[in-house]
Structure formats: C-alpha cells, structure tokens
Design a protein around this ligand. Sequence first.
Ligand code: GLY
Length: 396
Amino acid sequence: MPSMRETAGGAALSAQAAAERLSVGLGPRSYDILVGPGLIARAGALIAALPEPPKRVAIVTDAHVAELHLAALERALADAGIVFEAFVVPPGEASKSFASFERLCEALLAWGLERKTWLVALGGGIVGDLTGFAAAVLLRGLEFVQIPTSLLAQVDSSVGGKTGINTAAGKNLVGAFHQPRLVLADTDALASLPRRELLAGYAEVAKYGALGDEAFFAWLEEHGSHVVEGDAAAQMRAVAVSCRAKAAVVAADEREAGQRALLNLGHTFGHALEAETGYTGALLHGEAVAIGMVMAFDLSVRLGLCPAEDADRLRRHLAAVGLATDLSDLPQVDWDAERLLGHMRKDKKVQDGRLTFVLVRGLGQAFVAREVAEDQVRALLVETIAASGLGRLAVG
Ligand code: GLY
C-alpha cells in the first residue's frame, strides 16, 4: 500500500506536511483523498489548486455540522477567492428522502446553479450521499467535493462515488455512481464526534482488516482503543489505511461487478438488523455492521469455511473497543428469524432470488458467496436469537 506524502499542489499544500495524499485511480476521473488534520481550514486553497477549479461553490451541510465546521470552511473558501452559499439541511436520515432531495435541488436552482458551479458536501454519510446525488443529476452533472466529518464517512461513504437517497421500499434505492473531484478527510473533525458515532464508524475501519488485511486487523487489536479514545496519530493511520484499501477496491471495480462487493462484509445481516429496528437511531449503521460481521464470520464457521478462533478474535476485538457484537447485546429488540430473512430477501444484492453474503476463510480472507442455503442462515439466526434468551423461537 503506497504511503505518499503530499508533494504537489503548490504553497497551499507544502505549508502543511501532515496530511497523507492517496489517489483513487479511475483514469480521467481519478481523484485524491487527503487525510490529516486541519484540512477544512485549507479546503479553499486545496480546491483552488485543482485543474479548472470553480469560481462558485454551494456548500451542503446539516445544522449540527454547520455549527461546528461551516465557519472554518467559509473562511477557507473566501480566502481562496471562491464565492459560496451554504445550504443547511436537518440532521438525520430524513434528509435523504425524496421530499428533502427535491427541496435541496429547488433551493440550489433558485440560487442560480451553473454547470461550472461545484457542490461541496460538508458532513457525514447522509450529507455526502445526498449532495453527491444532487451533483450527479443537477444540470445533468456537476463536479463535487466531499469533506466528510464522521469516521464512517471518512473511511467509507465519501470514497468511491456511491451516491443516493432513500425510498419507501428501502435505503439508497435511488442513486448514481458519481465520483467526487477531491475528498478531504479532516481528522480534527473526529474530535467533535459523539463516542457512539465514532464507535459505529470504527466498525467500518475494522471491516477493512477483517475482509482483506489481517496485518491491519492485528494493528487494530493493538491500537483500536487509541483510535476510539481520540489519539490523533492512531486515527490518522486508521483512516488512511482504510481509505487506501477502499481506493484500491474502487479503482479495480468501480461499479461493483466483482470485488467491490467485498466491502459489503457484514452488510447482508447488518441491513436486515437496521431494517428491523426501523432506522430509528436504535441501531446505527456501523453498529449493525459490527454485529453483521460477527454473524458473517459465525456463518462461515458453521459452513466449515473459517476457523472458529478467527470469529472469536473478531468478536473479542469489537467488544474490546466497546461495540455490540451479538443480538443479545440488544435485548430491547424482539428478534425474529423469519422477519430478518424477509429483510434479507429484499437486499439490493439478491440475485435470481438468492441471498448474497460476503463470507470468510479467515481474518483478512473474504469472498462473495451466492450459493448459501437459506436453511443454514435460518439455523444461525434461530441459534443466535435463542442464545440471546429473547425473541421468538417458533421459526422455520
Ligand atoms: N460502502 C460500500 C461501497 O462503497 O461499495
């Protein structure tokens, strides 16, 4: 994995040596990811240093992030001579509704978007997905920049060009692949995250180790607690390694024809848990992914693919940093195996009616499995629910 330091981009970059520059190699649509402290304050100069930079940008953010970071971004843009307007949406998943998307588009158009206006997403995954989709479709396509402020957005959703909104039928079912021109992962922003949100994002960090990089997983076993306790150097390394892993996968398979699907480790189970808890905030996406990854490892053990010790290592590590790892950690939910299977059957990854899982041969050795017998999944769910001492056992 390359470990390039910033070398290009002029005075704006050379003034700060601390950020790491990674690249997502997609030919003419290639772009850089910068990971490090103080990047929001440098965003104007960094955007101005790109080829054919914008004279005007529309910042999209949510009310909570605006309070913390909008003033710094506005100063940075003004200092670089970039004209801007901020569009503030309410925090929360409701901002990814069709209605909210329409309001945002109308507001942007009323302000006076032009083809050369760029959008800048300042916030977590919700803001990034919403803004990216607006950029994909407004005036048939605008350039945009991702400035992710949550750990989850820094290591996952801001990189790779998946954008979209939710529908009544499910999350992210309307969207587009639309790559940003630049991603600025300002690791200083992590200091203002609530611990629960940081931990949820950490699940996606651990995912990169669990799916394809055992050495990184071993590093996390040693330093993961530093990441969640706010150690700046550990956070920067965790974000940079995660982004580098994601950049490599996206460069090889932008539209998820093959290996990009590995990034869904824990997501078939996780999405079902999220759907069951109703996206109410009872279970954050990353929390669901943590439990989902453990279930994917448990399923792999049950199928004789993976040593039980590796599943135990994953469970132990996630629990050690403070994440829930099992349904029994969420005793308030009345889990039901058939209902969870029902959610899985509606997953975007279902092919010819068959469930798709990312399974493992061990830590760091994930693969996509399309032939998993539903009975095996049902048996795992029934056992897991029974072990929790809760939920209904009359299934199957
Ligand atoms: N979050 C999974 C992906 O970007 O493919």
